[in-house]
Design a protein around this ligand. Structure first.
Ligand code: AFP
Length: 330
């Protein structure tokens, strides 16, 4: 009989002294994602597909479901009583908790729906979250308070909406997986600890950007593509789902390396992915599973953020591969 999320969280409180407010917040976010999962699964039947006709702070066109998921997550965090402030990919600035709700000791950051281009074609997408300390609970939260390095995270995870809805998270005691049992509406544990093999046979990168890459990345990918007769002496397979959630989920399950490098298209953008609510939480999940995550130069979780929506190059997954491509940058 699989363990329920509730039981697992209680055990984390007693075994590892995790604050019941933190486990309470995770349970609340997990519940909230059931609602997003339900809306995602209904798609056109619920009239939630297509563009919202607006742009987010990144200048990206928002899908209806981006906006819906963002509203659901904001409301859930605000009403939980566990948080002092909320930041999201879809909002220019951090959101303060409205007066009618209690505040708590945590800051929550999220990408409410990662992989937006997959929404309308029924391919895996997900919600990514990162939880940071807020100090003494307060209401007047500023963007600057969120600018903490990823090593400060107290919990991080995602919910992937794929053939199954799965919650994958860490509180620093391994990366664990819970699958939403649709018959009972409960999350049941389906992995007690993910483990990424140090070597890899699969890589994920958007090769259409090859002409914009910097030399170390071109060198590394060319070596992988050369296969058995190249310097690596073996063949590699390639995958690209265009949703970081799905790529990380695959790597946690069967290994490999994921890359979204910085490129020369726009010097003001060091990579595409966002540090605070994409790279940091994913990096921790990967590290807790024995993998490595760098920006080509340094460990992602040690980067001191300078902006809520700052971008970062990402190389994450199998230890040997990430260390190799990182060494090419030195
Ligand atoms: P959204 O956060 O806008 O949904 O973008 C998803 C994403 O940032 C990341 O999940 C993918 O790895 C990446 O975009 C795919 O980007 P390309 O379309 O450039 O390959």
């Amino acid at each position: 009989m699989s363990k329920t999320l509730g039981l697992y969280l209680r055990e984390m409180e007693t075994k590892h002294g995790i604050d019941p407010q933190l486990t309470g917040l995770i349970a609340h976010l997990a519940d909230t994602c059931k609602e997003i999962s339900f809306k995602v699964s209904r798609g056109a039947l619920a009239g939630v597909l297509g563009s919202a006709g607006s742009e987010n702070v990144q200048g990206e066109t928002q899908k209806k479901l981006d906006v819906i998921a963002n509203d659901i997550m904001c409301q859930a965090c605000a009403e939980s009583g566990y948080v002092s402030g909320i930041a999201s990919e879809e909002m220019d600035h951090a959101l303060q908790v409205p007066e009618q709700y209690a505040v708590g000791p945590y800051l929550v950051l999220f990408d409410p729906l990662d992989g937006s281009s997959n929404i309308d074609i029924n391919v895996s997408i997900g919600t990514i979250f990162s939880i940071l300390p807020a100090g003494t609970p307060h209401r007047d939260v500023t963007d600057e308070e969120f600018l903490q390095p990823g090593v400060n995270q107290l919990a991080a995870g995602y919910v992937v909406y794929g053939p199954q809805t799965q919650l994958v998270f860490t509180m620093g005691h391994g990366t664990v997986v819970f699958t939403l049992d649709l018959s009972s509406g409960t999350y049941l544990q389906t992995s007690e600890g993910m483990s990424i093999p140090a070597a890899a046979k699969e890589f994920a990168i958007n090769c259409s950007n090859m002409r914009h890459w910097e030399a170390p990345v071109t060198r590394y990918i060319n070596e992988l593509l050369a296969g058995k007769t190249g310097p690596r002496g073996k063949d590699f397979n390639m995958r690209w789902v265009a949703a970081m959630v799905a790529e990380v989920h695959r790597i946690l399950n069967r290994g490999g390396i994921f890359m979204y490098p910085r490129d020369n298209r726009d010097p003001s953008k060091p990579g595409k992915l966002r540090l605070m609510y994409e790279a940091n939480p994913m990096s921790w999940l990967i590290e807790e599973a024995g993998g490595v995550a760098t920006n080509g130069y340094e460990r992602i979780r040690e980067i001191q953020p300078t902006g809520l929506h700052q971008r970062v190059a990402v190389f994450l997954g199998a230890k040997e591969e990430v260390e190799l491509v990182t060494s090419y940058h030195q």
